[in-house]
Design a binder for this molecule. Sequence first.
Ligand code: FAD
Length: 399
Amino acid sequence: MLNNNHIEIIKSTIPLLESAGPALTQHFYQRMFSHNPELKDIFNMTHQKTGRQSVALFEAVAAYAKNIENLGALATAVERIAHKHTSFNIKAEHYQIVGHHLIETLRELAPEAFTKEVEEAWTEAYLFLAQIFIDREEELYQLREKATGGWRGTRRFVVSEKRPESELVMSFVLTPEDGGKVLDYQVGQYLGIQVTPSKADNVEIRQYSLSQAPNGSHYRISVKKEGKGTEQQGLVSHYLHDEVEVGHAVDVLPPAGDFFYQESGKPVVLISAGVGCTPMQAMLQKLAEENKTDPVTYLHACENELQHSFIDEVETIVAAKGWQQNVWYRSPVNLDGSNNSSVGLMDLAQIKDTLPIHFGEFYTCGPVAFMENVVKQLEALGVGRDRIHYEVFGPHANL
Ligand code: FAD
């Protein structure tokens, strides 16, 4: 259990942590993967190459140290991370391995500052936090296992349909091989998909938002071919697009995620860019199914008409319900004015008089730079942060 002495020691090591920066977590990952290569089958190895995962973990460790006296401030982050962990099927025993390499990393990088007392304080602090995650994750695993259509770990699904939604995005309908029901989910949540691409050295797990409302029998995900035509082709997305056909099977982890639509009886604005529109499809469908009577606005930005996914699906719902849709094409192929489209980046000031600025709920998903810009625009218009909800398709970033 953490005592005051431990807390004081943890606080005293914050400057040391900050001076080490993400080099600390980079060292940690290198150490862990060299000693425990089996974990390469769980972690996203591309994120190791890009360094994004090290930055995300460093920020999490630093946030923990800084909030060690006020852990309530971390509740949202803990919930988000616990959900993400379950989509990787992280187990209690993994925490022992991670904890060991974290402590040894601190010892190796700061041998003089890493006294017996510091070791004890960080060990206790780590165990304390690990237990919070282990307990919450176990709770989530059990909830999903016990619910109708639920399961724990991986379950085999067959691709029953593969359909292009735009130039870069392909939908995959996944039906359980065992013919059973599938677990319902909250619209906005994602699945973990576990595959072994032919070009991969390891088993790879990726998250994909569910792109339709729940139906009890199958799931739909919609995947962008990342880095198409470049030297840095996304491993799993290319594999899914190029090699996974109807009839092929993939291993699926149950729906997870703390970003989901919550009914508040208020108008809703769904704001996406690129493939960030996937959770918005699930939300839009669900709102339509539930005959939401408050205004719903669907805002989307993408490169051009060819990269605009779900055009017909959205148009059908929006037209049937009399809801609002606005689209921005950064560089249109040819603009015919359909879908209320404009040229350029999303500019909310253009349509501010049509938005529920003072009481609506705003959900956004897309590249981090896009969402940062959207949040800035919304704040400038007077939307409070508590009404802006967002999902990052990768290692977390605070907007
Ligand atoms: P990776 O191999 O993981 O590469 C990731 C990126 O890094 C690519 O852009 C690639 O071009 C680049 N890259 C590769 N190698 C290097 C290198 N050496 N240096 C620098 N850059 C490099 N994606 C969707 O398409 N649809 C969704 O609905 C969706 N939902 C998501 C929901 C959540 C909650 C999360 C966390 C992610 C979601 N994603 C979604 C993203 C998805 O999980 C994958 O990250 C994405 O498909 C890329 O995986 P990949 O294996 O193809 O690319």
